[in-house]
Design a protein around this ligand. Structure first.
Ligand code: SAM
Length: 261
């Protein structure tokens, strides 16, 4: 089965993405570890560490496409461990209730369970209900490995801009473009052959992982995505690594940030 975007019309993408994550939800964390050999943890640590949540006092955060809460947990742990902050909060938003249920189950084992610091919400990143997610409300908007799955990236960015307070930060962690040809070849081999194979062995679901790999290929390059962030109204650094974006592992993954003016 091919899940390439060429063969999937845009209006079918949303339901297909839902079924992909429905089918992998319970094994999602295991698969993440297997596919990235644990590296996604380091990237997520760096992503959150660089944002320094809690440094300037408690923050109201929204983690969109938050899935099982990997970023939310790191935000809360960072704020508590570094700044003794137990007031920073994260609202985890995802379109998929199965992923949210896994997240909820996981947070039950943490000190944040049953506190105002964490909540889970089912919603589409492209159209966050304004009564639940009002304008100018959040100090930090994060989206990790989520934006490449959406039908309209500009719609997501527009919503991010709307819900953030002026001066607040948008931060996106996503797979991106590798610039080094040797690393690029190795990465292609790994992602086209090993990842779908691991998907088959661990979950019996090759097609979902094939889709994930192909969705990475379709995602805009670092400068193109930076331009889209600016088009939504955000201010970014210069269009270089360390400016508008920070490459991780030569661009296998990348962090883009923007500030709402
Ligand atoms: N952020 C988590 C992490 O880094 O582990 C989860 C990433 S997972 C690869 C992508 C998530 O995006 C899935 O949970 C999926 O349900 C969610 N998603 C896809 N399209 C979405 C949309 N339009 N709105 C909100 N969430 C969406």
């Amino acid at each position: 089965t091919s899940f390439g975007f060429q063969t999937v019309p845009e209006d079918a993408k949303e339901s297909m993405v839902k079924s992909v994550f429905d089918s992998v939800a319970s094994k999602y964390d295991l698969m993440n570890d297997a596919m990235s050999m644990g590296v996604h943890r380091l990237w997520k640590d760096q992503f959150v560490g660089d944002l320094k949540p809690g440094r300037r006092g408690p923050m109201r955060c929204i983690d969109v496409a938050g899935g099982t809460g990997d970023i939310a947990l790191r935000i809360l742990d960072f704020a508590r461990e570094k700044y003794a902050d137990r007031e920073t909060s994260v609202e985890v938003v995802d379109i998929n209730d199965q992923m949210l249920k896994e997240g909820f189950r996981r947070f039950k084992q943490t000190m944040y369970h049953n506190t105002p610091q964490i909540s889970f919400h089912e919603a589409n990143a492209q159209s966050l209900p304004a009564e639940q997610f009002p304008d100018n409300s959040y100090d930090l908007y994060t989206i990790a490995f989520g934006i490449r799955n959406v039908t309209s990236i500009p719609a997501v960015l527009e919503e991010a801009y709307r819900v953030l307070k002026p001066g607040a930060t948008f931060a996106c962690l996503e797979f991106s473009r590798v610039d080094n040809p040797l690393l690029g070849t190795l990465y292609d081999q790994y992602s086209f052959h090993i990842i779908p194979l691991l998907g088959t062995i661990l979950t019996g679901d090759r097609a979902s992982y094939q889709y994930l790999v192909e969705s990475i290929r379709k995602f805009p390059s670092q400068p193109d995505f930076a331009r889209m962030i600016r088009d939504a109204g955000f201010v970014t650094g210069k269009d270089i690594d360390g400016g508008a974006w920070t490459n991780l592992w030569g661009g296998v993954a990348c962090v883009h940030t923007g500030v709402k003016v």
